[in-house]
Design a binder for this molecule. Sequence first.
Ligand code: NAD
Length: 304
Amino acid sequence: MAAKIIKGIDIREEILSDIRKEVQEIKAEYGLVPGLTTILVGDNPASLSYVTLKVETANSLGFKEVQDSQPTDISEEDLLSLIAKYNNDPTIHGILVQLPLPEHIDEKKVLYAIDPDKDVDGFHPINIGRLMLGGSEVKFPPCTPAGIQEMIIRAGVNTDGAEVVVVGRSNIVGKPIANMLLQKDPHANATVTVVHTHTKDLASHCRRADILIVAAGVPGLVSPEWIKPGACVIDVGVNRVGEKISEKTGKKVAVLRGDVDFEEARKIAGAITPVPGGVGPMTITMLMKNTLNSLKYRLGIMQA
Ligand code: NAD
């Protein structure tokens, strides 16, 4: 039987519509809206397009959005002062610094300067620690892993007691999603294995996965024979493998491919995410959800 395709684009619309509604309700009751600032240093075209998408999404939800663009040669000191300004601004509930930063700026120093209670990306060590503790300690789950978990839930895939194999151990995807799915929680409770470049037999681990999450950044790394029949496959990989002319716009666009051979894998898997249109759209969506939640924590209508 052909796999169910888990469409991030559709799930995104459902979640954004819920957020939009909640923003209206909070605005009516408290006269406040979620405030998000996105700080972009320099003019890296990929960073600019990510930031533009975040700004457009935030505006479409009725957030207060402050896009703060800074020149490439901004000093580290000035950038830290800017973060301090937003840390102290009561109308801002989320601060996002678009990475990568220019070489003369210490990325860690900048990210760690963000108030953990406004760290909607969830990268601050305090929020990573909260994630590790799990349950009600978690304030801002990192956006891509949060999107992955949401997709698994909405696809109706049972995680309780499931064998989960995560390919990749990065701080932004592999490690946090592994940690989230092993928590004692109805949407987790899985037995999790993390595999990486030093793993001896990658295929044998993948073959026993009820849920296979692949975040390696290697196009087509997972071949169809590695997939257990009926498994849920979440392909996080976004790899540019070429260029083409868009039928819609007539402009040159990147050809994207995941870490899984989608066309073959869908014949074996029970459920699978496509690339593009799978995990990708979920990341910004969860960023918006974290920003809304930040305001809710501030108002005391949500606890963490
Ligand atoms: P990363 O390079 O930081 O980490 C990749 C991990 O995969 C490493 O831990 C490495 O050990 C492992 N790995 C690499 N090659 C491997 C191999 N041949 N066998 C086994 N393990 C291998 O990458 P990342 O930031 O975690 O991103 C991974 C992929 O996910 C990339 O394609 C990235 O573009 C994509 N991504 C997508 C989103 C999204 O929103 N859709 C968000 C973040 C990352």
